[in-house]
Design a protein around this ligand. Structure first.
Ligand SMILES: CC(C)(COP(=O)(O)OP(=O)(O)OC[C@H]1O[C@@H](n2cnc3c(N)ncnc32)[C@H](O)[C@@H]1OP(=O)(O)O)[C@@H](O)C(=O)NCCC(=O)NCCS
Length: 324
């Protein structure tokens, strides 16, 4: 028996905001955004839309493709920093809406790395109990934490959620290794100050504390370094070398980061999955949404050795190796 990806799904708000739309509300332009980031448009939730509105359909697609129903789920892990409410967890909200009555549900707060962190936990649970069916979700409604007056962050992010069901089977898309890492000493490079116990919501709450703050250039350097390191670690624990990798599904934070990663691994760009142009950075959503689109297009072919790698606030980073 191997731990395998049984099925994937994803969903995003219908509302699409282009770079040209952003030009009308802030001092930016399509040329700058495309050249510096590769982003052309992103999905942005409308007022009232929340995490579960997209996590539930993503999960339902993943379940249908797995040949399972919600009642078969033993565990739901949601990598998100933007659940519907602080309590209950996003995973518990999704559990109730799916009707996954026997599942244990919890959130994983690892910013962009949340989905692969979830895969890592699922992988280890399955090694202890191969009978489990585990739903791993990753994604955000990150737009609620964007300051539309801050062009250095607002143009970069978007909303979307992806999901995968994992279980132990004799055949399937085999999860060979998952590795993770973090460095809390670098937490101040990318953060949201408010609504935690340090800066709680009071009647004097400064709305600026609700917004993402980022030191982009420094993040850029750490992103490359740590994604390369954790990818090499995941490949070593899978018993594979980078030469054997045939497809890469990287975090979709910046096209230049994706291209530098491909260069480091000496891979042509047609072996690297890219959808940043249509989504922007959806934080914990980038990897499962990209995996779902790659799996349901002709990008992934049977026998591919797939490397997925991610990086985010915390700082956190992670990589997974899948034999497709
Ligand atoms: C944020 C990021 C795109 C900025 O790109 P950059 O090439 O480093 O650009 P800089 O921050 O040096 O800014 C260059 C200039 O563009 C300007 N600029 C910044 N945002 C702009 C925007 N949206 N539109 C137009 N100009 C902009 C800056 O003000 C600066 O102007 P100046 O030279 O007159 O001071 C890039 O650093 C990045 O992607 N970093 C990693 C971020 C990331 O991955 N975050 C998520 C991790 S999960």
């Amino acid at each position: 028996m191997y731990n395998v990806i049984l099925g994937t799904g994803s969903a995003a708000p219908d509302n699409v905001v282009t770079n040209h739309d952003l030009e009308k509300i802030m001092d930016t332009n399509d040329e700058w955004i495309v050249q510096r980031t590769g982003i052309k448009s992103r999905h942005i939730a409308l007022p009232g839309e929340k995490f579960s509105d997209f996590a539930v359909p993503a999960a339902q697609q993943a379940l249908a493709r797995s040949g399972l129903v919600a009642a078969d789920l033993d565990m739901i892990l949601a990598g998100t920093m933007t659940p519907d409410q602080l309590m209950p967890s996003g995973a518990c909200t999704v559990q109730a809406l799916l009707g996954a009555d026997k599942a244990t549900a919890m959130d994983i707060c690892a910013a962009c790395s949340g989905f692969i962190y979830g895969l890592s936990i699922a992988d280890k649970y399955l090694k202890c109990d191969p009978s489990l069916n585990i739903l791993v979700i990753g994604g955000e409604i990150v737009s609620h934490h964007l300051d539309w007056d801050d062009r250095t962050t607002a143009v970069l992010f978007g909303d979307a959620v992806g999901a995968a069901v994992v279980g132990a089977r004799e055949t399937g898309h085999r999860l060979l290794a998952v590795e993770t890492g973090s460095n809390g000493n670098l937490g101040d490079l990318l953060y949201i100050e408010g609504t935690g116990s340090k800066t709680p919501v009071t009647k004097d709450f400064d709305i600026d504390n609700n917004y993402i703050k980022m030191r982009g250039r420094e993040i850029f350097k750490h992103a490359i370094k740590n994604m390369v390191e954790v990818s090499n670690r995941a490949l070593a624990s899978a018993g594979k070398t980078v030469d054997q990798v045939t497809k890469i599904i990287p975090h979709q934070a910046n096209m230049r980061i994706i291209e530098m990663l491909a260069k480091q691994f000496k891979k042509p760009m047609d072996e690297v999955f890219v959808n940043i142009d249509r989504y922007g950075n959806t934080s914990a959503g980038t990897i499962p949404v990209a995996l779902n689109e790659a799996a349901n297009s002709d990008f992934l072919e049977p026998g591919d050795l797939v490397l997925m790698t991610v990086f985010g606030g915390g700082l956190t980073w992670a990589a997974a190796v899948i034999e497709w």
